[in-house]
Every structure is written in C-alpha cells, then in structure tokens.
Design a protein around this ligand. Structure first.
Ligand SMILES: *Cc1c(COP(=O)(O)O)cnc(C)c1O
Length: 379
C-alpha cells in the first residue's frame, strides 16, 4: 500500500524510511566502535515492522543477528529468513517447554538459570529429530529479570551446555538498568560484575553481548565488546530523553500522518467528545481525524499538538477509540494532511515530544501503534 492509498482507505499511515534505519545503525555502531550488531526487533521492531527492519538491515548492512521477545515473533522472522544464515534470538524469560520448537526452527534463546536448561533438556529429549538449541546464558547483574546471579550458577550452566549434545553456546549476556540515566555507579557495577564473571570462567569476548542503546550512545567508551545489542537507536529516537542529549545525529525512522475526513463549525458554547470536556469560547472551525486510542494515539494525548499545513493545532476534548477532533485555523478542505509525529515545514513534533506529553517514553508510544495503522515505505 502506498501513502495515498493508506490515507484514502484508512486516513492514517505510519511512514517509515529504510535509509534512516540503515544510517542510524551505521552511526550507532561507529559510535560504540562495534563490528557486530544484534538488531533488536522485538514488538514488531518498536512498531516499525519486524520483517521489514530485519530484511533492510540484512540486505543493506549484512546484519545477521536479530533479537525478538516472543516465540511468535521469532517464528515470523525465521519464516522470512528460511534459507539465510541469520540468527534469530529470543530475549528474556521463555517457556522451557518450547525448547524443541525453538531448536527445530533454528531459534536461539536466552537461558536464565540452570533449572531452565534442565527443563529445556526434557523438551529437547522428547523430540526425535534432534536439532541443537543455541543458548545465550544470561547473567543478572542488576536488572532483576533473568539470569544467573552467582559465579557458581553461571559455571554450572556453562558446563551443562558444553557437555550436553542438545545445546550449543551462542553467547553470554547481561542487560543494563541505568544505561540511559545518570546512575553511573550502578552502570559501572553491572559492567564490572559481568566482566569479572566471564573472565573468571574463561568465556572468550566474542561470546559477550551487553550494550543496549544507552550503552552504545552514552557509554561508548564502556562497551567492552565488538558486539552491541541495540533497539531504540536504530529507530532514531533518544532512549534517554531529558537525561542525556544524543551524542550523534539520529534520524527518526517513522512518521505518523493522517487525513482530515470531516470539517465543521463549532459554535460558541457548544461542546464536543465524551464528557463534553471541551467547550468553544467562540465560533470556530474544527476537523475530525480518524485516529484514536485503538490506533495507539492514547487518551493521554487529549490536548496534544498536531501539525496542519505546517502549523500547530490541538486535539480538542477526549481522544476516543477511533477518532479525534482537532482545532483548525480556518475552514480547510477535507483530505488535508495532519502530522502527529514528524516534521512539516519548519515545525516538528518528535516522538519524544509525544511521549513526554503522554507521561511515558517513546518506546511505549511506538510499540502501541496498532495493526490498524498501515505501515508505508517512503523509500
Ligand atoms: C529491549 C532490549 C534491548 C534493546 O534495548 P534498547 O534500549 O532499545 O537498545 C537489549 N537487550 C535486551 C535484553 C532487551 O530486552
């Protein structure tokens, strides 16, 4: 679907740029002195399209490693790369009972404990055609979600994986809790603990991966590996909005635009939308635009700015499930374009602006853009 079709049929389009994605990946790798990128494309590549992002990075930058969060995501990405030699890696806690399914589909996974490996082994044993399961052993250095907490546990996991035919060691990882804020001491401690464990156990550097966007961007000199494991930076937004400025120029990969589908006059004293929370102080022109919280334009964005013809207008009253009403400077034609996220002329509304207004982070807004919004390539 092209932009016009999307705007005609649905009145909405999430426009995405391959060029921006590729440039962001290159710049982030250069910043962190990295040679290998594990591209984090979980949650539909933060809303941009997981297979789209993976194919773009594979074709244009020869990226071979893609990280996702659920088995369903992993299977979809794997299906797009059936013959290619890419690694699809599951992050986070996974059901050990799915180990056979993972192995069979060449999906690698993070393994968080000795017990997990033991249960995964049961699942693998039950399968006849045995494929090895590639596991990346997690070390919990302070995130508190998943991973070995002691050297003894990590050592037992490494031994188990090295001695058991059903497994293959793919990596050893940890995840930073404070890479994008100013808790440097916490960051330093996590880094030191990880390096201590993996060097004690003689696990070579090529297996390590720990740098997320915050590390790659703001702690570039504290990335002890050639590998980075990055999401946010690829999509061109600042994961640390308000805490650190971006040290390099990243370009937003996505823009969210829509179309005015109705224009009408609101008379002084008339109200609109649920709760009738907005009342016109004078006669004014308003427009209805087909975006609502079911598209990911959350209810907290009542009152937020949007761009119309390069000017700032406002969301009036409550955001409803499927529609909003916006202010207009005058009676504009039906089908006039509206920008929710992106640049229009000299004005721009960034994803960081939208997230800040909604009291959240860009990740949550982007991953909330629902399937109802057509994704459209601009290049
Ligand atoms: C989501 C995630 C990442 C990517 O984080 P960004 O801040 O978006 O770069 C990396 N590693 C793990 C384990 C994750 O869950």
């Amino acid at each position: 679907m092209n932009k016009n079709e999307a705007l005609t049929r649905r009145g909405l389009a999430f426009l995405r740029s391959k060029e921006a994605l590729v440039q962001n990946a290159k710049k982030t790798m250069a910043q962190a002195h990295a040679k290998r990128l594990i591209a984090v494309i979980k949650a539909n590549a933060y809303g941009h399209g997981d297979v789209w992002a993976a194919k773009t990075l594979y074709e244009q930058l020869a990226v071979h490693d893609f990280a996702v969060a659920t088995v369903k995501e992993a299977l979809r990405v794997r299906a797009a790369f059936l013959k290619e030699d890419v690694q699809v890696l599951l992050l986070g806690v996974q059901p050990a009972e799915q180990a056979a399914l993972m192995a069979e589909n060449k999906i690698a996974t993070v393994a968080g404990s000795f017990d997990w490996l033991r249960r995964a082994k049961e699942s693998l044993k039950a399968e006849k055609r045995q494929q090895r399961l590639v596991v990346h052993l997690a070390v919990d250095t302070g995130m508190g979600r998943v991973g070995a907490k002691t050297e003894e546990e990590l050592a037992s996991m490494v031994d188990f994986v090295r001695q058991d035919e059903s497994f293959e060691l793919g990596g050893v990882m940890t995840h930073f809790a404070t890479a994008d804020d100013h808790n440097q001491a916490y960051y330093d401690q996590q880094l030191a603990d990880f390096i201590h464990l993996v060097t004690d156990l003689d696990i070579p550097e090529k297996y390590w991966h720990l740098a997320n966007s915050g590390s790659a961007l703001f702690h570039a000199d504290q990335v002890p590996t050639q590998t980075i494991r990055v999401g946010a930076a690829l999509y061109g937004f600042n994961p640390a909005d308000g805490e650190y400025a971006l040290p390099i120029d990243l370009e937003p990969v996505g823009r969210l635009v829509g179309r005015i589908w109705a224009v009408h006059r609101l008379l002084k004293g008339e109200s609109l939308s649920y709760g009738a929370t907005y009342t016109a102080k004078k006669d004014e022109w308003v427009a209805t635009v087909p975006i609502g919280y079911a598209d990911g334009w959350t209810r907290r964005l009542s009152g937020m700015s949007v761009l119309v013809n390069g000017q700032r207008e406002k969301v009036l009253g409550r955001v409803t499930m499927d529609q909003i009403v916006i202010s207009l400077p005058e009676a504009l034609p039906v089908n006039t374009e509206v920008t929710f996220i992106g640049q229009e002329g000299s004005e721009s509304i960034s994803i960081e602006d939208v997230a800040r207004y909604a009291g959240t982070i860009p990740h949550e807004i982007l991953t909330g853009i629902s399937d109802r919004v057509p994704r459209v390539d601009v290049d």
